[in-house]
Design a binder for this molecule. Sequence first.
Ligand code: C5P
Length: 232
Amino acid sequence: MGRDVIVACDFAGKEETLNFLDMFTDVKPFVKIGMELFYAEGPDIVREIKKRGHKIFLDLKLHDIPNTVKKSMAVLSRLDVDICNLHAAGTVNMMKAALEGLTREDGTRPLLIAVTQLTSTDQESMEKDLLIKEPIDKVVMHYAENAKKAGLDGVVCSPLEAGKVHAVCGSDFLTVTPGVRFADGDLGDQKRVMTPAAAKEAGSDYIVVGRPITASDDPVAAYKRCCNEFIG
Ligand code: C5P
């Protein structure tokens, strides 16, 4: 898969989500489904969106004992999603088990990417709550290397970290980056942002864009602008 824009469908329910997707008639954006929508509507929302021809990043961030994650990933494979994810904090063994679970009968599997440290975790909370004393940048890169070691396809990271992740883990190790804003847009609650064009320059493979598209007066135009800037 080449570079692409993934639209974060952070809606509370099915109706709102499908009404949003109905606006896209000539293009079928890659869609991210997160915990809120998945827990509200269950796996049927994934099947419905897939049936409409969208690729899906199912952002459920699994983190449990290896055996449980392996079995859960087998279930997600059967949902025919294109990308799924987990927490690298679950250890290399958990990530390897997840990959083992991700097999399909035809030999294909969804891409599997890891969350390193959540962007809501800062140095202070990492030290105080998690008792991790290393600098957070070092922890993020170490977790990315663990994901690579386990055989995963990439990580979720800030576009500001994409270049370093590629330098450490290789250019074909995917960087999926939220925190994208148009140059003339609202930041919302995102602090460290890049424009789609800058994310392209920084080497992001996929950008995850929510409110700049979902809250726009013209979501289709905003999506196309994003694609033009990021894919060219
Ligand atoms: O609306 P916005 O463009 O900020 O949406 C970004 C999406 O990416 C949201 O679904 C958010 O939960 C997700 N995300 C993020 N930062 C991370 C990981 C995920 O913004 N570090």
